[in-house]
Design a protein around this ligand. Structure first.
Ligand code: NAD
Length: 306
């Protein structure tokens, strides 16, 4: 089986590493060629000689039985999908495209229409577990699409995740992913406000965080992101712009389902303003910096108010 892996960033890179270590035949493509080379060296170290770096998107996709993508946004996914040298034109009938990115339903609908004409099957298979889960091969993968295609692809997905769930028809994976990921941002903002209140009232930030971790406020976000707020690194594992993309997808989905989500509306606004102020590629917890600046108080314990 020949697999093309497109998009080898924070998530795609470690996922492709695990496929390479599992001995699969892979063709790699990323607009940043250096990213492909990193995976290639992991494959070589693992003794897998069936991993190659493609010179273009269409070279990677053509002849592949499965294409897997881990890309930043609906816009990029549509760019690689369509066009003469896009994924859909490069694949043969019977091939499957598994999108591991967090994407929206509207973009998927356009891709599905074009894919049907070419007899290409599509699965939405967004993931959760962060860069640690991607590296460890322990992602939770939420899949939407036809059951028989899912069953055919499940053994490949099990090389990168330890829970691979078929949730229903096309789009079910994206819906589950968006509904899950939104809590990451709501929790991050909530955590920063709780820390801010404690610190402004005179409780050291580290003490406040450990109290939260031992209370009803305990969460993955407090354990994983709390220290990254307090050391001022704001967590380099995920881009601020991608965090805002997730919040924008949340509001888009809520609108299409005529569902009111007042907290999500406020949190989307915070992430949008943070991207405007600090830039798309900054670390995602820079959203907290807006609150820090608003209050004239940094949360990082060792260097407050600098
Ligand atoms: P990233 O920005 O680190 O990686 C994206 C990669 O795509 C980059 O290497 C980039 O060079 C490449 N790329 C961009 N345009 C391209 C194109 N036209 N052709 C080929 N390659 C192209 O992003 P990431 O953090 O790895 O996230 C990827 C997807 O996974 C996103 O949809 C994100 O929302 C989702 N996600 C990320 C995390 C996380 O913790 N980082 C967790 C779950 C889901």
């Amino acid at each position: 089986m020949q697999i093309a892996f497109i998009g080898l960033g924070n998530m795609g890179g470690p996922m492709a590493n695990n496929l390479a270590r599992a001995g699969l035949r892979l063709s790699l493509y990323d607009t940043d060629r250096q990213k492909s080379k990193v995976v290639l060296s992991v494959a070589k170290a693992a003794g897998n000689a069936a991993v190659t770096v493609a010179g273009s998107l269409s070279e990677a996709a053509s002849g592949s039985d499965i294409v897997m993508t881990s890309l930043p946004s609906p816009k990029v996914i549509e760019e690689v999908a369509h066009g003469e040298r896009g994924i859909l034109s490069s694949l043969s009938a019977g091939a499957v495209w598994i999108d591991l990115s967090t994407n929206n339903l509207e973009s998927q609908r356009r891709i599905l229409a074009a894919a049907r004409e070419r007899e290409i099957s599509i699965l939405d298979a967004p993931v959760t577990g962060g860069i640690e889960g991607a590296a460890a091969g322990t992602l939770l993968i939420m899949v939407g699409g036809e059951k028989d295609i899912f069953s055919r692809c499940k053994p490949v997905l099990e090389k990168i995740g330890d829970r691979v769930l078929h949730l229903g028809a096309h789009g079910a994976g994206y819906v589950a992913k968006i509904s899950q990921v939104v809590l990451c941002y709501l929790n991050s903002v909530a955590l920063s406000e709780a820390l801010m209140l404690g610190v402004k009232g005179g409780v050291p930030a580290e003490t406040m965080l450990s109290i939260i971790q031992d209370s009803t406020g305990a969460s993955y976000v407090a354990d994983r992101y709390g220290p990254a707020i307090l050391d001022g690194s704001y967590d380099p594992g995920f881009a601020l712009g991608l965090a805002h993309k997730d919040m924008a997808l949340t509001l888009e989905l809520a609108n299409s389902l005529r569902t009111a989500l007042p907290m999500c509306t406020q949190v989307e606004d915070i992430y949008r303003r943070a991207v405007e102020k600090y830039g798309f590629s900054q670390n995602h917890l820079m959203a907290v910096k807006l609150l820090e600046e608003q209050n004239g108080q940094f949360l990082r314990g060792s260097a407050r108010n600098d």
